[in-house]
Structure formats: structure tokens, C-alpha cells
Design a protein around this ligand. Structure first.
Ligand code: FAD
Length: 408
């Protein structure tokens, strides 16, 4: 087990500097354009693929980094560049994690490379869980997967929404109900291979922020996938369902809501994205406050401005520490006895919203225009308190973990 450390090692610093160079030289200069266009920034993804940032190898290396700091460091630097473009780059990795975590060796080897494509023909992947009537309340999911034993195929029907890369992905990972009696315990994940008939894109959303990232509905109409597309395989699913049924019978109640189930290990990664956006806005505000003069002196000479910057920096550093602690706990299999993963996501995402708003204030009128990036960063920051569980759901999970009580 790696000791918890607050410093990156030399190798990580090298990777961080390389990522920062890409974020500063390639991502940041393209940010305003793709935000306006509201389109997937394929040329930037292609560029990231060319240098090795958009690749399974790189992502897996960071994911399995024994210190736990590989993923937060990567997220912070890329999202420092620009949140919308960075999400277009890492969105595939988030879908790939679903396969890495639950898939068999064969599924990992078959599908993850197809999620990324190759440097000449890059592809993206999507993770589809949310539905119009199942956001925070994951257990009310309706998309249904039924096993057709004669053909060894699963037939999937339903409508997914808010899917990052939904409809434009080469590979979709779809969560569906296989046993409605078991609530979220009766869900399973499926690979929907490229060009499978019956899968189509619904509406593409026009968003407030992270506009370079594609978000859309995904409609599944009698989608048939081979038995081998069930993540983890049928035997494992049957065992899991049998255990859940037994537990439900003993507890005498329906198995509890998955919205409350914690994704402690993945949430710090979203916290790290928020830290990246917050740091970016803070840096712009600091530089502006040093150079903008009013009343014959730089505005940072006023305590009212300087103290805001002091608070911004303090909160960003605190957020990063919470994210690093939770990431270290996750890789070392430490029990999240106080929902430390949710805690890190809650604090970092709220910090990003606050800090980016303060940055606009410090830039005055300029902060309110698209001539300066803090306006975009503030719009982008609003997503962190919504996706991967809203702030309210994080509080609910933390409170329930602390109290040991089901909180409704
Ligand atoms: C840009 C974007 C990208 C996304 N990407 C993906 C993706 O790739 N894949 C995917 O599956 N999903 C994705 N999502 C979906 C996202 O995870 C959901 O939007 C989120 O879980 C919230 O669900 P909802 O929007 O239905 O809100 P709701 O659940 O309807 O919540 C509405 C409000 O009610 C509050 N609320 C709900 N229940 C409670 C409660 N018990 N106590 C207190 N407050 C409560 C919420 O906090 C929120 O403020 C994405 C969303 C967005 C906006």
C-alpha cells in the first residue's frame, strides 16, 4: 500500500507538466471556439490521441497508479485547460471504467480498444444510465433487458437521457433492468456494439456550459446484443441476483434505492475536474487583480479583493486535499466510513461554482464578457454540482453514512 502523500513523485510531476503543456497549448486556445460551436472538438481529441493522452494505455496507467493520484492529477490539468473539451477527451475513459470495473478480461480486451479507435480514426464511448424519470432516483430506471435464451441474446428497450457522447459513440455502455423486483440490485450493464440496429440518438441538448461536450438522449428500440455483451457474464449476474433475492426475502423489503448507493471511488475524479476549473479561474483573477489599476493602484491592493483571492486559493487547496485523500483511499481499498469520496466531490464542485463567480466579480465588466474566459468557466462549473450525483445527493449519502440510517 502506498503511503498517503501530499506531493507528486518525480515521474508524476513529469506527466503533470506534459499534461499542463497540452492543456495550455492545445486545449485552452481552442476553448472559446468549441464553446461557441457547441460541437464535439474532434480535431482536439485527434491531437490528444496523437500525443498519447487520448488512449487506453494512458488512462489505465493513471487509473491503476498505486498512489491514487494519477487520475486526479490528469483531470485537474485537462479541465484547467477547458472543461468542455476535457470532458470530450475523458468521457470515453469514464465509460471504459464501467467495463474495466465489471467486465471479463475478454470484454475488456474486445471493447475498450473499440471505444478509443486509433490515432487515424478516433472514436468515443458513452455511459448511459440516467433516464427522463430516473436521475437521482436510479432505482426507478425503466430501460429493460430481457434474455432470449434460444438465441443467447439480450433484447433492450428504453430511453436514456443526458448521455455524454450518446448517439455519437462507437460503443455504448447501457445500464438496464433485468429484475424489476430488486430495485437497483436488479440492474446490469451491457455493451451495445458499433452500428447495432435499434440504437439511435434522440435530441441533443443545448447546454449552459461544457458546450463542447456532446450530451444527448439515446433511444433503444428492440436492440439485440449477444449474450457475451452482458458485462461480467451471465453466471456472475445469476449469482448476484440470487444473493440479492435472498437478502430481499430476509430483510422483508424491497432492496434499497441505488441513488443512495455510493460511488465513492469515482466521485473524486469529478472533484478533480472541479478543482481544475476553479484553479483556472483563480489564476486568471489573480493575474487580473495584480495588473488592473483603479484609484492609482492595482486592485489587489484593496483588502476586499485580496481577501477574496485568499479565500479562493484556500478553498481550492482544501478541495484538492479532499480529492487526493479519497483517491488514495479508493486505490488502497480503504473503507469510506464517512463517504469521503462524496465529500470530496461535494466540496470541490461547490468550490468551483463559488470561485468562478468570485473570479467574474474580480474582473468586473470584463469578467462578464466572452473576451475573458472566466464567464465560460463559471458556466462550466455549474455542471459539477449536478452530474455524478447532485450536491444534495452527496449530502444525503454523507449523512446516511455518518448516521447509519436510511435518509429519505
Ligand atoms: C451535461 C450532463 C452530462 C451528463 N452525463 C451523463 C452520462 O454520461 N451518463 C449518465 O447516465 N448520466 C449523465 N448525466 C445525468 C446526471 O447524472 C443527472 O442529471 C443527475 O444525476 C441528476 O438527475 P436529474 O437531472 O434527473 O435531476 P433530479 O434527480 O430530478 O433532481 C432535481 C433536483 O432535485 C434534487 N433532489 C432529488 N432527489 C433529492 C433528495 N432525495 N433529496 C434532496 N434533493 C433531491 C436534486 O439534487 C436536484 O437539485 C449528465 C447530466 C448532464 C447535465
Amino acid at each position: 500500500m502506498a503511503e498517503f502523500t501530499m506531493e507528486l513523485n518525480d515521474e508524476q510531476k513529469e506527466v503533470r507538466d506534459w499534461l499542463h503543456g497540452f492543456a495550455a497549448d492545445v486545449i485552452r486556445p481552442a476553448a472559446a471556439e468549441w464553446d461557441e460551436r457547441e460541437e464535439t472538438p474532434w480535431p482536439v481529441i485527434q491531437e490528444a490521441a496523437k500525443v498519447g493522452i487520448y488512449s487506453l494505455d494512458f488512462y489505465a496507467q493513471q487509473y491503476f497508479d498505486a498512489t491514487g493520484l494519477g487520475i486526479p492529477m490528469t483531470m485537474e490539468e485537462l479541465f484547467w485547460g477547458d472543461a468542455g473539451i476535457a470532458l470530450s477527451i475523458v468521457g470515453t475513459g469514464l465509460a471504459a471504467v464501467g467495463v474495466l470495473a465489471n467486465g471479463t478480461e475478454e470484454q475488456i480486451g474486445t471493447w475498450i480498444p473499440q471505444m478509443y479507435g486509433d490515432t487515424h480514426d478516433v472514436k468515443v464511448a458513452a455511459f448511459c444510465s440516467s433516464e427522463p424519470d430516473a436521475g437521482s432516483d436510479v432505482a426507478s430506471m425503466r430501460t429493460r433487458a430481457v434474455y432470449d435464451e434460444a438465441k443467447d441474446e439480450w433484447v433492450i428497450n428504453g430511453t436514456k437521457t443526458w448521455a455524454t457522447n450518446g448517439g455519437i459513440a462507437n460503443v455504448h455502455v447501457v445500464v438496464a433492468v433485468v429484475d424489476p423486483e430488486l430495485g437497483s440490485k436488479g440492474h446490469a450493464s451491457f455493451i451495445v456494439p458499433p452500428n447495432t440496429p435499434g440504437l439511435s440518438q434522440g435530441q441533443k441538448f443545448k447546454k449552459h456550459g461544457i458546450r463542447a461536450s456532446h450530451t444527448a438522449e439515446v433511444v433503444l428500440d428492440d436492440v439485440r446484443v449477444p449474450g457475451s455483451c452482458l458485462l461480467g457474464g451471465k453466471e456472475k449476474l445469476d449469482e448476484r441476483l440470487a444473493r440479492a433475492r435472498e437478502k430481499a426475502r430476509k430483510d422483508g423489503e424491497r432492496v434499497k434505492n441505488a441513488a443512495m448507493a455510493t460511488f465513492e471511488a469515482s466521485r473524486p475524479a469529478v472533484g478533480a475536474m472541479a478543482v481544475g476549473t476553479a484553479r483556472a479561474a483563480y489564476e486568471v483573477a489573480l493575474e487580473y487583480a495584480r495588473t488592473r489599476e483603479q484609484f492609482g493602484r492595482p486592485i489587489i491592493d484593496n483588502q476586499g479583493v485580496a481577501f477574496q483571492l485568499a479565500d479562493m486559493r484556500t478553498q481550492i487547496d482544501a478541495a484538492r486535499l479532499l480529492v487526493w485523500r479519497a483517491s488514495w483511499m479508493a486505490i488502497n481499498g480503504k473503507p469510506f466510513t464517512a463517504a469521503e469520496g462524496s465529500m470530496s466531490k461535494l466540496f470541490a464542485s461547490e468550490t468551483a461554482k463559488k470561485v468562478t463567480a468570485q473570479a467574474i466579480q474580480i474582473l468586473g465588466g470584463n469578467g462578464y464578457t466572452r473576451e475573458y474566459p472566466v464567464e465560460r468557466m463559471h458556466r462550466d462549473a455549474a455542471i459539477y454540482t449536478i452530474f455524478e450525483g447532485t450536491s444534495e445527493i452527496q449530502r444525503l449519502v454523507i449523512a446516511r453514512t455518518l448516521s447509519g440510517m436510511p435518509i429519505r
